[in-house]
Design a protein around this ligand. Sequence first.
Ligand code: HEC
Length: 145
Amino acid sequence: MNALYALFLPLTLCGTVNADDRAAKNNYMLHCQGCHTPDGAGAEGKVPSLKDFMGKFLHVEGGREFLIQVPGASQSALTDTQLAALTNWMLSSFSAAQVPGDFKPYSGAEVGDLRKNTLVHVGDIRAELLQKMAVNATLFEKPVE
Ligand code: HEC
């Protein structure tokens, strides 16, 4: 039995989930899911759903920046590298079908630059981005592979 564990445990740990993803998932649990809920669905009227939605921001100008500059992300206690990995993980876990095919994952350096500008009027900026998405609605008619 122990021998079997010794054989299979490393295989399991080295499976499809890599160390960055595991760390990102842990950081999500510790820093974000209290509001965003474990599956990203949020709380209606209070916290917007990330599910099948978050990736849509990447289709409109300013959206890539917004996903990092939104206060819950930019003001978190995470390092730039951790926030980059977390945001990349959130996009692929909650909204993979909406992420553009040419999406370039966030790097720590990019996140560090974006975090220097925190959004104060977050509601207004979010509303503007949603407006741009509505204008570009045809982008989302067919699921992005
Ligand atoms: C105290 C509750 C709270 C916590 C904790 C929180 N968020 Fe949020 N998040 C919100 C709310 C509310 C919004 C909507 C925009 C706003 O009002 O800030 C939001 C919006 C977002 C968005 C943009 C999605 C959209 O549709 O607007 C992202 C990305 C995001 N949060 C990431 C994170 C990350 C990453 C963490 C953890 C490091 C986190 N949030 C922690 C409440 C929270």
